[in-house]
Design a protein around this ligand. Sequence first.
Ligand code: HEC
Length: 107
Amino acid sequence: MRRDVVAAAAIALIVVQMAGCGGAVPRVSSGMVASARERWPDASEASLGRGRDLYTRRCNTCHALPLPGEHPAEEWPAIVRSMGKRSKLDSAAQDDVARFLMVARQP
Ligand code: HEC
């Protein structure tokens, strides 16, 4: 009985994590790092990872998480600049988020 409760809680937790932590958001791949570095030589796996992390935690507090493919790549920087102010992200953090969104939409 007790084990069933624990198992049910574990499954519920996994479902919540998939829904809330960007289940449909791709993880940073080596292909993404390569295409980011072509455009921004200072981009790295770490900077894209920071961008992904900030995006999945901060861009879903007022509305559902917008997915990378919802906007053309060239629109993301301006969107992230205006939304980044509302999210209290500094300009370096905004760059990380925008770069992640731009490469994540075309993995
Ligand atoms: C403080 C609340 C808040 C946060 C945090 C926030 N947004 Fe928004 N967002 C809004 C509101 C309100 C709108 C509706 C349009 C408007 O008011 O500009 C919106 C609209 C949008 C749209 C649709 C705009 C369009 O032109 O179709 C996108 C995309 C978006 N947000 C992305 C983001 C991203 C990316 C982040 C994280 C960096 C973010 N938002 C964080 C409040 C927020």
